[in-house]
Design a protein around this ligand. Structure first.
Ligand code: UD1
Length: 428
């Protein structure tokens, strides 16, 4: 299944609507990528079957399934968006596959494999090129839990007769480190205290999932998480909640191109920072429990954006939001604090006609409004890819977006969903 959809990953030809408001109807949001990947990985904490429903059918999910299969996990699709996972008695301990090398989320498997098998070897995980993305927080914590770590040129070997509970201060609140250590601690005998944790909603969902099936995790969603562990969990099932990043990106699309666009199957309570920023830009938002109706003003106002850990403005929404700021009347400041190399795509927006001054690797000044013109682009990472798609719909004339595998990694058939509400995007 993964191979088939990778072959389909051709460029997008996107019709530009010259700033017109043309999208109307209902735009559905799929299950959260950044939770689905961790829930898939969590299947190796279970001795029995795990069933996950409402899975987004995206390349990263397929890649995680491939990785799990390579470890010996039986993965079956049992419904349109449901998968069943059954972990073997002994897991493969080498995570050196090509997929793992290209895929940041592969790192979440390392701790649980180490806890179960006493050994794991893995390559430095790849993923979006948005900064250095080291793994020192993970390695430091595994060592505090009793592992011996050896690093080679581009790979690592961790070994431990038995991991033990520990009191660990994360030097920074990394999302995947928090999730990985929480999962590892479920299998480690004793009490593990994780301090300075990330608080993202996906971490809370992961704890809810594991606690529903026998884990003892307290404090998820706060900076201190306490886990009592030591046993494999039995069976589990979970419905993947909506993707707050996809929903936030669609809210931006709606603010730029929506006539009467309703974003459905989302959780506005997890989107406060981006909704607040949209309101500051003059956008009117009607809330429902699981839907948003976005009403665009005649003139958008400039807004200063500073990305932060949750509940602050998500770094994953920085690129889509910057497209909106190119259309706002005035000067906005963009300040990316989470990653050190996440503004590269702005030069492409300038080539489309935007007026953006990149001050340093973290800050840019966006002057608007500017007319964007369609052009050929290369999607550099998945969030910038969606930003390009958004910019292309706003632009005058057609655009071609190459390397849309980067978009397919995180957004399920996004062109079909956008076309259903009025866009004209073709895979060519
Ligand atoms: C996750 C999300 C990603 C999102 C990011 C921040 C997944 C699969 N990806 O990525 O979409 O953009 O959270 O919300 O869930 N760092 C270190 N050492 C470490 C680990 C991280 O220095 O060992 C740094 C990173 O380089 C970065 C910062 O910490 O500057 C935050 O990264 P982190 O929270 O780990 O992001 P990810 O979990 O990789």
């Amino acid at each position: 299944m993964a191979k088939k959809s990778r072959i389909k990953s051709m460029p997008f030809l996107v019709k530009g609507f010259s700033g017109k408001k043309f999208l109307s109807g209902e735009l559905p949001v799929r299950g959260a990528k950044n939770f689905a990947l961790k829930a898939q990985a969590a299947s190796i904490l279970f001795g029995g079957d795990v069933v996950l429903r409402n899975m987004p059918l995206i390349e990263d999910v397929f890649k995680m399934n491939d990785l799990l299969s390579s470890l010996g996990v039986a993965v079956d699709r049992i419904g349109n968006r449901s998968f069943r996972f059954k972990s073997p008695r002994n897991l493969e301990t080498n995570l050196n596959t090509d997929a793992a090398k290209l895929f940041r989320a592969s790192i979440v498997l390392t701790g649980p494999i180490l806890a179960r098998e006493g050994r794991v070897s893995f390559s430095h995980p790849g993923g979006c090129v948005i900064g250095k993305r080291p793994i020192d927080v993970f390695l430091d914590a595994f060592q505090k839990m009793g592992a011996k770590a050896r690093s080679f040129k581009k790979s690592y070997l961790l070994e431990a007769d038995k991991l033990h509970g520990a009191d660990i201060f994360l030097k920074l609140p990394s999302v995947t480190a928090t999730e990985t250590l929480m999962m590892t601690a479920v299998l480690v005998k004793g009490v593990t205290i994780l301090r300075n944790c990330a608080c993202e909603p996906e971490i809370v969902s992961l704890a809810e999932f594991l606690n529903s099936f026998g884990a003892d995790i307290k404090g998820a969603g706060t900076h201190t998480i306490v886990v009592k562990g030591g046993r494999l969990l039995k069976n589990g099932f979970f419905k993947i909640p909506p993707d707050r990043i996809e929903a936030g990106s669609f809210a931006v699309v709606a603010a730029l191109c929506g006539k009467n666009l309703r974003i459905k199957n989302c959780d506005p309570s997890q989107m406060m920072a981006v909704l607040r920023a949209l309101e500051d830009a003059g956008v009117n938002i009607e809330f429902d429990k699981d839907a948003l109706l976005i009403k665009t003003p005649r003139v958008l106002k400039p807004v200063d954006i500073k990305t932060r850990e949750y509940p602050g403005f998500a770094t994953d929404l920085q690129a889509p939001f910057s497209v909106l700021l190119t259309q706002a009347a005035g000067r906005s400041l963009l300040f990316e604090t989470v990653f050190e190399n996440r503004l590269g795509y702005l030069s492409d927006l300038n080539r489309m006609g935007a007026n953006i001054l990149v001050c340093d690797p973290h800050r840019a000044v966006i002057n608007g409004p500017t007319k964007l013109r369609g052009r050929d682009m290369e999607s550099p990472d998945l969030r910038a890819g969606l930003a390009f798609l958004t910019a292309a719909m706003v632009a005058e004339g057609d655009s071609v977006i190459n390397n849309i595998y980067n978009i397919d990694r995180g957004y399920e058939k996004v062109e079909e969903r956008l076309n259903a509400v009025g866009a004209e995007i073709k895979r060519i």
